[in-house]
Design a protein around this ligand. Structure first.
Ligand code: GLU
Length: 504
């Protein structure tokens, strides 16, 4: 690659950034970093009617949370700024004027009412109204009017837009790094509006002008922008500029595989579709996902490394990523798989890292006293004992609850099965043994209790399950003796007595 790689993520601040948007940003980031290039954030806020307060800040927060900050952007100065299109407003008029001078664009004065009339009229005949070479001379524009009429309309303040003059009966062929050759027939294309009556450029004009001025080398964006490519290519040609390379990413599909993933799918399926909470929709962050897990599963939505490897940190992704390995077809979103990724990252996270959130959760669930007598070391030990079964940090609380509160009930099925005639006698003997135990380490407890079992010629099955039931309330959990060491002598005795006294 000879040209310096410069890519941009160019969202419009019209709402919270959907995970599809975050994936687009991620693929741009990975491509930039892989080629030692720059990743630019450009805010496309020319459509004032769709502007949503807070959306821009949200986008930046989301990128930072995911660990893919921009190199240049509204809050990261660079020599191509400003990075908000509303702040570049003054420059677009000159560009559109240059197109009018070249005859590549023209003024159109058609009123909304007249365009609506044509649209409905066409619809009623089962046709679609397209504004282009086949009818533009019959409509109200600087091509159908004389120079003088046009000048006088403009001078008298008649509202106008500027439209692109699509060539007649031409096929536009270009290439996409993911899709290969793509062609469009101009007869099906509208003479798109480039400049609006409010003095603002449309997305198309501003996007192409800024990609050129910001020296963007590759445009990596969602498949929904593929239909715009025909116009964008023609704009580059009309301006006489070299076009960037294009890559249109596949859509993210619903879990069923049919149709584009939407906010509603998340609501229905109970999974987030936003990286961070947006309005009433819980984000991945708030749902307890690690940003690394989110980045990892997003990277695999439409891209594959060509091997069976699934777990990648950001650095590994940068190394492995290739646009050529991005698929054309839609990528099915699997909410269960996202949990699996989080689980993998939770297993990798050290107890020290998980401790602060774990403590917060404990206090919230069981009150301050639950952790008062437990050192950080003990709490970390508890995390290590239970985390294997957790996919989220908050699940550690439920999985370790019995370390902090005495069981109040016992798994009825297990109790029924394990409670034998000699169980009370065994449990009573155990309380005495435990009371007498001086070294309360897991290893020594194990020795003592196993000795007791052998000496009494008992079976393990007669002793261990009731003991576990007394301590945990169920037959699940880590090594019993590890649990006992953490609980301490008094608590163990108390719990065994409680089971003895509970109604059977
Ligand atoms: N502003 C467009 C969007 O909201 C950008 C599309 C593009 O990347 O060209 O996604």
């Amino acid at each position: 690659m000879t040209k310096k790689v410069r890519v941009r993520f160019a969202p419009s601040p019209t709402g919270g950034l959907h995970i599809g948007g975050l994936r687009t940003a991620l693929f741009n980031y990975l491509f930039a970093k892989k080629h030692g290039g720059d990743f630019i954030l450009r805010i496309e806020d020319t459509d004032q009617t769709r502007f949503v307060e807070g959306a821009e800040a949200y986008i930046e927060l989301a990128l930072n949370w995911a660990g893919i900050p921009c190199d240049e952007g509204p809050n990261k100065a660079g020599k191509y700024g400003p990075y908000r299109q509303s702040e570049r407003k003054a420059s677009y008029a000159n560009y559109v004027n240059s197109l009018i001078e070249k005859g590549a664009a023209y003024y159109a004065f058609d009123t909304t009412e007249s365009l609506d009339f044509h649209r409905t009229d066409h619809e009623s005949k089962g046709k679609t109204f397209i504004y282009n070479a086949h009818n533009r001379l019959k409509l109200d524009n600087s091509l159908s009017l004389s120079k003088e009429e046009t000048a006088s309309k403009i001078a008298s303040g008649t509202p106008f837009v500027v439209r692109f003059k699509t060539p007649e009966n031409t096929t536009i062929t270009t290439s996409d790094m993911i899709r290969g050759t793509v062609s469009f027939k101009t007869d099906t294309l509208d003479d798109k509006v480039l400049f609006k009556s409010d003095g603002m450029p449309t997305y198309h004009l501003a996007n192409v002008v800024d990609d050129h001025l910001m020296e963007i080398s590759h445009v990596i964006r969602g498949e929904e922008w593929l239909p715009s490519l025909a116009l964008h290519i023609q704009l580059y040609q009309a301006f006489g500029w070299e076009a960037p390379e294009f890559a249109h990413l596949p859509l993210i599909m619903k879990p069923t595989g049919k149709g584009k993933l939407s906010k509603r799918d998340g609501e229905k399926g109970g999974f987030p579709v936003f990286p961070l909470t947006w309005l009433e929709s819980t984000g991945y962050k708030e749902a307890g996902y690690f940003p690394e897990a989110v980045v990892n599963f997003l990277a695999l939505l439409g891209w594959n490394p060509g091997t069976a490897q699934e777990l990648f940190n950001l650095e590994e992704l940068v190394g492995a990523f290739e646009l050529e390995r991005v698929q054309k077809s839609g990528a099915r979103f699997d909410p269960e798989k996202t949990k699996w990724f989080n689980q993998q990252y939770l297993q990798k996270a050290s107890a020290v890292i998980l401790l602060p959130e774990f403590k917060k959760g404990l206090v919230a669930s069981f009150g301050k006293t639950a952790i008062e007598n437990k050192s950080d070391k003990v709490l970390e030990n508890i995390i290590e004992m239970v985390k294997e079964r957790a996919a989220f940090t908050h699940e550690l609380i439920g999985l370790s609850a019995y370390f902090f509160v005495d069981p109040t009930e016992y798994d009825p099925k297990a109790l029924k099965k394990q409670w034998k005639e000699n169980t009370p006698q065994i449990l009573t003997a155990l309380t005495e043994i435990i009371k007498a135990q001086t070294d309360f380490s897991s290893a020594n407890l194990e020795l003592t209790i196993k000795n007791y079992i052998t000496e009494q010629s008992l079976s393990f099955g007669a002793v261990m399950p009731p003991l576990r039931l007394a301590l945990v309330g169920a037959l699940s959990g880590p090594h019993v003796f590890d649990i006992m060491e953490v609980l301490g002598k008094d608590s163990c005795v108390k719990r065994i007595k409680a089971l003895l006294n509970s109604p059977k």
